[in-house]
Design a protein. Structure first.
Length: 257
């Protein structure tokens, strides 16, 4: 199992799109800063122009990118292997199907963590180069000391691993169900994007995966026990349900014929 995970991680970091995604995130932060500096319409986002506040200001926008990046990665991670028959080689070895699936999920988690960590680091660097580090961190109308601001940024960023993984597990299910890379990407993005409109139906609003991907960190910050518990339960439910269905697909799917 360890060797299988190591092999999946090796393939993850050989995936050229990972570095393209990093570049996109860095360019997005740079363009945001440039537009703000030129007097553009980003003043409602960057409410305090300094390096230590920029990652928190852009944390919402990260979700918009992840809803695209995760399906692209999953399509290469799973669908392309199923389509090309590469998965047959792995399963001909003494590897259980569930181990193969678990290795893919670990790879997905590492991919998400690396992009999230890079995004925060890049925004700190770009914000500091553009505005200077600053004396305080500003978020949600409040000021924090340098140390408090860093810990707040880390806490909210880490909290986003849960909705991103819920999104990832949903896409893993789509990827296993499809034999077409384009269909995996297109269908995943379409469903995830459409899910944000569940907020238009009051009783279904809390089940919108897209909304949680965008705003879960704000719920963590507000620390409303009832709302946060409900959101964590929904996200955990997405992860558990998608994993269970994916495991069933792995058990029944004929990969070796």
């Amino acid at each position: 199992m360890i060797r299988l995970i190591r092999n999946e991680l090796y393939k993850t970091f050989r995936f050229k799109m990972v570095y393209l995604f990093m570049a996109i995130l860095a360019v997005h932060a740079w363009l945001t800063v440039r537009i703000y500096s030129a007097g553009g319409e980003w003043k409602s986002v960057i409410t305090m122009a300094n390096g230590q506040s920029l990652p928190l200001a852009l944390l919402n926008s990260m979700g918009q990118f992840m809803i695209v990046f995760i399906p692209v990665f999953a399509a290469d991670l799973i669908t392309s292997e199923v389509k090309s028959g590469t998965v047959k080689i792995a399963l001909l070895r003494p590897v259980l199907r569930i181990e193969w699936l678990n290795a893919k999920i670990v790879s997905m988690f590492v991919f998400i963590t690396v992009l999230l960590g890079f995004s925060i680091a890049a925004e700190y660097a770009i914000g500091t180069l553009a505005f200077g580090w600053g004396e305080q961190t500003h978020y949600a109308g409040k000021l924090y000391s340098e140390t408090e601001g860093i810990w707040l940024t880390i806490r909210l960023a880490v909290s986003m691993l849960l909705p991103y993984m819920a999104c990832g597990m949903f896409v893993v299910f789509i990827a296993l169900s499809s034999t077409n890379v384009s269909a995996t990407i297109g269908l995943s993005i379409a469903i995830l994007t459409a899910s944000q409109y569940l907020s238009e139906v009051g009783s279904l609003e809390s089940y919108s995966l897209a909304k949680l991907v965008y705003f879960f960190h704000e719920q963590v910050y507000q620390a409303n026990t009832d709302t946060l518990f409900q959101s964590v339960t929904v996200l955990t439910g997405y992860v558990a349900a998608c994993y269970s269905v994916s495991a069933m697909i792995m058990k029944k799917k004929n990969f070796t014929s």
